[in-house]
Design a protein around this ligand. Structure first.
Ligand code: CA
Length: 443
């Protein structure tokens, strides 16, 4: 057993929800991610408010119904109150003791043979019949640059002799992203902006020609800190609720023209997509791994270091990018896998990103979103963006009868992630899919 595992992770646990026991299910009873949903309405029906649910197999457990239909212990009744009103953020703000108590109660209730099963059967809805929303509306969004292989490869494209700048191994590099354009994927409009077509001509305002994705994890803050205070590593670990996938859509031609001297701006702010199910750090406990640095690298400064982080700071999550082109769709083909990497390729752990963010007294809030940065593997074919896979657009990828350097209109990018380890039940993060729409014509 992993030292951080408890009864909720036991690999033999099975659910009375049959689809949760299928070997490739992302949502077995060991996972229990939370999300916000509502039933799909027919034309003419009144819109319903968002509700909070738990993904279990192919179903959603509706917590508004579950709170009333089922006899829960008193302390769980209290925990379910905000969730029954659709307020997932209020649960995130309650902190790790509340998160663990709810997880433990849901684990018991959704496991085979539970006394709650006959009540909760009436509170399930098929996932395919519901609409999903963001788990909560992020008040603020910061994107980091923790994937060292991505930073090195992209750095080489810009500075062949000096790919990693000297600050990289001392502090997590980040920039402030735009919270308003964070969504769940779906249609993503190709942005227009200033691009330099050649070095010798003035920039033009035009649709981006180098639209790209970035494979990242989104980290969601549970409990925040007041302005003027900071979070030590133990507090940062306790204040992070969980993770989703995150696609940081990027317009490379706009980015290369605008990014100096203050960093990314309009090349990134038009859209960021996350997956809908928030997988808790508690669910990921059996997949925590040592956060180790290569021999000779600087030790993290004390505010970014802890014995817990050295032993368990990293997370073993397999990450994949898939692409479905309009032609594949037309021919009835399935998406093709573009790359696979792992969250262990991050140089900085989630807790280090949060501790660093708050280290100047910046107040972090419930529902704030942190992107890890692109998580590429060490091999060229493990690049988490087309910029890397196509070597800056010089080497097109061959996809059957087609090629790609950057994304074309109609392309669907799908990010998927899952955790697998011997002696542990497989869990997944689900997926986030976005399809490129043609640029709007601006006047
Ligand atoms: Ca990014």
């Amino acid at each position: 057993m992993h030292p951080l595992s408890d009864a909720t992770h036991h690999p033999q646990l099975r659910s009375w929800v049959v689809s949760a026991n299928l070997p490739d299910s992302d949502f077995p009873v060991q996972n229990l991610p939370l999300g916000r949903f509502k039933p799909r309405t027919q034309q003419g029906q009144a819109e319903q408010p968002w509700r909070v649910g738990v993904a279990i197999g192919d179903e959603v457990l509706d917590l508004a119904l579950a709170a009333h239909q089922c006899p829960w212990p008193d302390d769980v009744v209290d925990l379910l109150k905000p969730l029954a009103h659709g307020d997932l953020a209020a649960h995130l703000a309650q902190g790790p003791t509340a998160w663990r108590r709810l997880r433990q109660a849901l684990s018991v209730a959704l496991s085979e043979g539970s006394v709650e099963g006959p009540f909760l059967e009436l509170c399930l809805r098929p996932q395919k019949l519901v609409l999903m929303s963001l788990p909560c509306v992020p008040r603020d969004y910061t994107d980091f640059y923790a994937g060292i292989h991505h930073a090195t490869t992209v750095g080489k494209l810009m500075r062949p002799d000096n790919p990693l700048l000297p600050n990289y191994k001392w502090l997590p590099i980040g920039y402030h992203g735009r919270a308003s354009s964070v969504g769940l994927g779906g249609p993503v409009r190709r942005p227009c902006g200033q691009v330099k077509v050649s070095a010798d001509t003035p920039p033009i305002y035009a649709p981006t020609r180098r639209l790209d994705y970035e494979l990242e994890l989104g980290l969601w803050v549970g409990v925040g800190n007041p302005q003027g205070s900071n979070l030590d590593m133990a507090a940062a670990e306790d204040n992070l609720y969980g993770v989703t996938l995150l696609n940081d859509w990027s317009a490379r031609d706009m980015q290369s023209w605008e990014y100096q001297p203050l960093g990314p701006f309009l090349a990134k702010s038009f859209a960021t997509s996350v997956s809908p199910w928030l997988v808790s750090m508690d669910a990921l406990a059996p997949f925590r791994r040592p956060c180790v640095r290569p021999e000779g690298d600087p030790k993290p400064l004390p505010y970014l270091d802890s014995s817990f982080n050295r032993a368990h700071g990293a997370i073993d999550i397999t990450l994949q990018v898939w692409l479905l082109t309009p032609r594949m769709r037309e021919l009835g083909h399935k998406p093709v896998k573009l790359s696979q990497s792992n969250a262990l390729d991050a140089y900085w752990s989630p807790a280090q990103l949060l501790a660093h963010h708050a280290s100047n007294g910046c107040n972090m809030a419930t529902g704030d979103l942190l992107g890890t940065g692109t998580l590429s593997g060490p091999m060229p074919e493990q690049g988490g963006s087309l910029l890397e896979l196509s070597q800056g657009g010089r080497q097109p990828l061959v996809l059957g009868a087609e090629t790609r350097t950057f994304l074309e209109d109609g392309d669907t990018v799908i990010l998927r992630a899952f955790c697998e380890a011997p002696g542990t039940a497989r869990i997944g993060l689900g997926q986030v899919a976005g399809t490129v729409l043609p640029a709007a014509v601006f006047v």
